[in-house]
Design a protein around this ligand. Structure first.
Ligand SMILES: Nc1ncnc2c1ncn2[C@@H]1O[C@H](COP(=O)(O)OP(=O)(O)OP(=O)(O)O)[C@@H](O)[C@H]1O
Length: 309
């Protein structure tokens, strides 16, 4: 277990921001933290990064207790806050060299390290540009490079994709995938839910300071209400398919979606297999029948609705 929280709670005055949070993330996993504004994601990440003290419970990073051994924790992790300042009178290289110095990387090694980091985040061509002249996407990538100067095993990224355009988000995602391949353990929060589905091994849904669902994307999708969001695409007779689906007791929220049909299915695997058979018997030329790929948003909405009123 590389990241662990045990009955973690935090109060800000009278406000209960985090209640009895139990998380455990194995080495090399990417864990997506999903929740609406104010759910407690940043609070959790700040506690794990030793920048905020919990009110109750414990948190561990690489086996080090955040309260008892904060220095070891800081050496083990790179934390990227949702908002961070960049010093505008520095170039990208100077900025990273400054942080490499802060982490006591010996001076002769800094230059090569910074060059490697800039290459990793696709900013080699901006090495001598002033940081305030970089686009938001580039600044985010520079921020990510900054988290990596001491080669931490763990990365904690608080909404790294917020405020980025789609292309910048894709670039960031590719870098995070590379970091996963390098064996980093990553805790990442986001509002851009479908993006986490591709990136994450597991997700945790948090609302009002409580973890209300946790597991693989698939498990969370099928949890509790046994509800999954499905998609069907057919070469012909899609109208027939729509009629069959509309009349099926386990199907709801049927809609056209990207040239096919999308619907919620709350039934057993057996019912799912029978439904597919029924479609084929009705001469529907099915080319895809399965989980909707970008379904995290629906899962999130279905899980969080009603919690806490
Ligand atoms: N320093 C603080 N003092 C008082 N209340 C705070 C403080 N920081 C956060 N809170 C409150 O704690 C709760 C959890 O906030 P937190 O920032 O952890 O949520 P979040 O899930 O990260 O939300 P967001 O997506 O908006 O960043 C919110 O109700 C917030 O208003």
């Amino acid at each position: 277990m590389v990241i662990e929280t045990v009955h973690l709670s935090k109060q800000y005055g009278n406000l209960q921001a985090l209640t009895d949070l139990n998380l455990s993330i194995d080495a090399g996993k990417v864990f997506g933290f999903i929740g609406p504004n104010g759910a407690g994601k940043s609070t959790t990440m700040l506690i794990l990064s030793t920048l905020l003290e919990q009110s109750d419970g414990d948190a561990y990073v690489c086996g080090y207790n955040v309260r008892k051994d904060p220095v070891s924790v800081r050496q083990s992790l790179g934390y990227m806050p949702d908002f961070f300042g960049v010093y505008d009178n520095l170039t990208a290289v100077e900025y990273l060299e400054f942080y490499a110095g802060a982490f006591k990387i010996p001076a002769p090694k800094r230059r090569a390290l910074v060059a490697d980091l800039l290459e990793l985040v696709n900013l080699s061509h901006k090495a001598d540009a002033f940081v305030d002249s970089l686009s938001r996407g580039m600044q985010q990538r520079l921020g990510l490079a900054r988290c990596l100067v001491h080669d931490p095993a763990v990365l904690i990224l608080d909404e790294p994709a917020s405020g980025l355009d789609p292309r910048a988000r894709i670039e960031l995602r590719e870098i995070i995938k590379q970091l996963r391949e390098m064996g980093k353990t990553i805790l990442i929060s986001s509002h851009i839910l479908p993006e986490l589905a591709e990136l994450c091994d597991d997700i945790g849904v948090i609302e009002q300071g409580r973890l209300i669902a946790c597991g693989s994307v698939h498990e969370v999708s099928n949890r509790d209400r046994e509800m999954s969001v499905m998609q069907l695409r057919a070469l012909s007779n899609q109208n027939t398919a729509a009629l069959i689906l509309d009349n099926h007791s386990a199907v709801s929220n049927l809609e056209e979606y990207m040239g096919g049909l999308r619907f919620y299915f709350s039934g057993t695997e057996r019912q799912k297999a029978d439904l597919l058979q029924e479609l084929i018997n009705a001469q529907v030329a099915v080319v895809y029948f399965g989980d909707a790929k970008a379904n995290l948003e629906d899962v999130f909405l279905s899980i969080t609705e009603g919690v806490g009123g």
